[in-house]
Design a protein around this ligand. Structure first.
Ligand code: SF4
Ligand code: SF4
Length: 332
């Protein structure tokens, strides 16, 4: 993260610690719609009923939810966030409140919508790129999407926007395919930062065969990170989360750290599973049996190493250790 953003997050975390709050949001996943203009085989969001796919969250509702949570950062996803007719208003209002916004998108609508956005230190695009051309187009089940996404990223960079990417990996990936895409994004495209994730095995995703297990995930990232790659890549994750991905350490799930708010309410327990929904953030935090979720506790969590469950654990572990805090500062 840029220094100013990092300082703001450290200040926020220190305040939570001083206030002895044991549960607080690091970032909220906001889903103001479920509809999308793609149909990726590994997607667990676009299978909602047609009536739900037509709905768009009112701006006031989105802002009220984020304000109630008190989160310093918001990641707006969906569905395809740019299909929301007032997405620019939501972004602008969040920025006005000095909340850092990552706008997740498959990039297809960026050329049509980019004029509605202005570069800001509080704003970054987070473009979905799962691999180089052939691999990415296979992942999103449509030819030509990679080329359109890259052209859109270049236009965002030309206009002075901060651009990050989000890559999800499946069993169809190899250490080399991970290296290829991250080298390209880091060295050729020179995006500001990259996020990576093993795909979560959504029960409703049409493709159930290609989700990584824990051992496969650790092996994939250990091999991909070797030879100095991990140090060289501008990965937007804490060092301890990267240690976790490659199996050097392990954590319990702290899904309350990255809660998810959608058209249905606050999702329990996390962005990936929807056991039930709370009306308010307070209700989500106080009335969820958090101890019953995570690997070893719920069979649906068995293969999950997603950042929404484990990045907050890594951040908390970093905050609790002077040695790890110094390493995070050194690696930043
Ligand atoms: S682009 Fe994202 S939201 Fe749209 S279908 Fe693919 S994974 Fe789902
Ligand atoms: S391990 Fe945590 S983040 Fe992953 S699916 Fe289970 S509750 Fe969600």
């Amino acid at each position: 993260m840029p220094l100013r953003q990092r300082l703001r997050i450290v200040t926020y975390l220190t305040r939570q610690k001083l206030a002895r709050k044991d549960k607080f949001p690091l970032i909220v996943e906001l889903e103001p719609l479920f509809a999308c203009n793609l149909k990726c085989a590994g997607c667990g969001k676009i299978q909602e009923p047609a009536a739900m796919l037509k709905q768009r969250m009112p701006v006031e509702q989105a802002l009220a939810a984020i304000e109630e949570s008190g989160a310093p950062m918001v990641s707006i996803a969906g569905g395809e966030s740019l299909m929301h007719p007032q997405i620019d208003v939501i972004v602008r209002e969040l920025i006005k409140r000095k909340i850092y916004v990552f706008l997740c998108t498959n990039a297809l609508l960026i050329p049509k919508k980019i004029d509605k956005f202005t570069p800001s230190r509080y704003f970054a695009w987070a473009v979905h790129i799962d691999g180089l051309a052939e691999r990415h187009d296979a992942s999103v089940c449509k030819e030509g999407v990679f080329d359109e996404a890259i052209a859109a990223i270049k236009e965002c960079q030309r206009r002075g926007f901060r651009v990050t990417t989000n890559s999800t990996f499946f069993t169809t990936d190899s250490p080399q395919s991970v290296i290829d895409v991250l080298n390209y994004l880091n060295d050729d495209l020179k995006v500001d930062q990259m996020m990576i994730s093993p795909a979560y095995a959504y029960e409703r995703a049409p493709d159930q065969e290609h989700f990584l297990g824990v051992t496969e995930t650790r092996e994939l990232f250990r091999k991909a990170f070797a030879g100095g790659n991990r140090k060289r890549w501008r990965l937007n994750h804490s060092p301890m989360f990267l240690d976790f991905l490659e199996g050097k350490t392990d954590f319990g799930c702290t899904a309350w750290g990255i809660p998810s708010y959608s058209l249905k309410g606050w999702q329990r327990p996390c962005y990936l599973m929807g056991d039930s929904y709370a009306k308010t953030y307070h209700e989500l935090i106080t009335e969820t049996d958090w101890d019953s979720y995570g690997r070893g506790k719920d069979p649906r969590c068995a293969n999950c190493m997603a950042h929404c469950g484990y990045e907050p654990s890594a951040v908390l572990a970093t905050m609790g250790s002077l040695r790890e805090s110094l390493r995070a500062i050194r690696n930043a």
